[in-house]
Design a protein around this ligand. Sequence first.
Ligand SMILES: Nc1ncnc2c1ncn2[C@@H]1O[C@H](COP(=O)(O)OP(=O)(O)OP(=O)(O)O)[C@@H](O)[C@H]1O
Ligand SMILES: [Mg+2]
Length: 297
Amino acid sequence: MYIKVENVSKTYDKTIKALKSVNIEFKRNKITGLIGFNGSGKTTTFNIIANFIEDYQGRILLDGKPFNNETRKKISYLSAGAEPKNPMKVKKHLYQIASLYKVPKRKAKEIIEKLSKEMEFLQFLNMPIKNLSKGNQQKIKVITTFLNPKMEILLLDEPFDGLDPIMVNKISNIFLRLKEKTIIITSHRMNVIQKMCEEFYILKDGIIIDKKKIDNNIITIATNLEIPLEKIKNMDGVLLTKKSKKENLIEIKNISYFKKINKILIKNPNYKYSTIKEKNIAESVFEGYGEENVWQN
Ligand SMILES: Nc1ncnc2c1ncn2[C@@H]1O[C@H](COP(=O)(O)OP(=O)(O)OP(=O)(O)O)[C@@H](O)[C@H]1O
Ligand SMILES: [Mg+2]
């Protein structure tokens, strides 16, 4: 299934333009990232897809058709925000949700216990939700998304909020295991976006400003600032050059181009060093907006 967000605009309170004619295509069987600055419109986009917001312009299409009551049931939405004051026991809460989805108790037990075991959560099932830490409350939401037996579309809004790095790894693997689902994820953790997504969109002030494919072959060479980049910029295999405060950064398609480019760098009389930097494409998207870096091309 693919979801198309077509010319979608949303204005809150007649004045706050949260989305301005947004066009996105979320592909079937893929995990697509939606990243961007705070208040850029990510959650609004999710709420529109999930039909929590009905008052908007544009269209949301599933395989080319508007959602209907049946197709909407395929959506599992892990929304941002917690329920810190809920006094209900975790288990009871989860079984209630399962029964809303008409999942037989035995099946619900199986899902809850398997995921709880994986997330080291079994010992919390009998506790009131309000007594759980933020990260452990987040695990309840993860389990909830799996209780929808019709789930084919997964909207994950900050699913790793509050989770420790080991748990982020475990839970991202749980989502990566899913097959033949259309998954959309927002996260401010760029390393997770890099790991989970094949492509991602970047929102800023309600506008899609860029779309990137994640290619884990791409690497960045860092070299000292004194080397001019004009010659390098146009070499075969070079995708991008930029200057940070400290050094020159050269993005190349893959390692096979490294030798040739490095030869040129070494020949320069100003050469001091060249190293391969650990690369995170998702992270580098934000670099151009910080004070540290200036885009060159
Ligand atoms: N219910 C609301 N009423 C009025 N304005 C709202 C409402 N919800 C969101 N907004 C505004 O719409 C814009 C987009 O907000 P949204 O929550 O979609 O951003 P976001 O990208 O999810 O941000 P974050 O990274 O902080 O979660 C912001 O300017 C926000 O203040
Ligand atoms: Mg949000």
